[in-house]
Design a protein around this ligand. Sequence first.
Ligand SMILES: CC(C)(COP(=O)(O)OP(=O)(O)OC[C@H]1O[C@@H](n2cnc3c(N)ncnc32)[C@H](O)[C@@H]1OP(=O)(O)O)[C@@H](O)C(=O)NCCC(=O)NCCS
Length: 151
Amino acid sequence: MNDDLLQKITVRKLKSDDLDAIVEIDCRVLGTRRPSYWRQKIEEMGNEQLSKSLVAELNGKVVGFIMGTVSGWGFGVPNTIGWVDTIGVDPDCQKRGVATLMFRAILEEFKKDKVENIYTLVKWEAWDLMCFFKAIGFTRGDMINLEYKTK
Ligand SMILES: CC(C)(COP(=O)(O)OP(=O)(O)OC[C@H]1O[C@@H](n2cnc3c(N)ncnc32)[C@H](O)[C@@H]1OP(=O)(O)O)[C@@H](O)C(=O)NCCC(=O)NCCS
């Protein structure tokens, strides 16, 4: 882990102006440019009080983001749930602690809202995310993901 890099990183609230930077990081990670998808996601997360989304900046450039909200859910899940919806770090800055730094920061935001449990969903094949969440202390939860295929 490169501490020099982390010392230069600042974490702040995500703003709608960060859209282009997030689209760029996503494109560098997954190889597809999806501005409308991210615009909609930022709008959905937009409620200042519920959205806990943050970005990591290096020398004024956004190099990572974490999107999260505080919410309840149906099916008996109480109001004190923090959701980590998505996280991404610029490939040039990965494996240097940036995602961990952002998670610690969003954790503090969640705690201010008395969140006791944080949930996230990870695709089975997304091993980088799976390893990351495991490394920072996530374990398998007691919700089961069900799906029904219409075709
Ligand atoms: C998963 C991800 C967020 C991790 O970010 P990061 O800043 O590199 O993570 P950190 O440096 O804080 O890693 C902390 C720990 O997580 C684990 N980890 C992180 N990335 C890993 C990987 N690719 N493979 C295995 N373990 C990994 C390691 O244990 C690491 O600790 P270590 O460096 O001491 O070994 C980053 O790889 C990413 O953005 N991946 C793409 C995720 C995605 O598809 N997002 C949606 C579109 S942008």
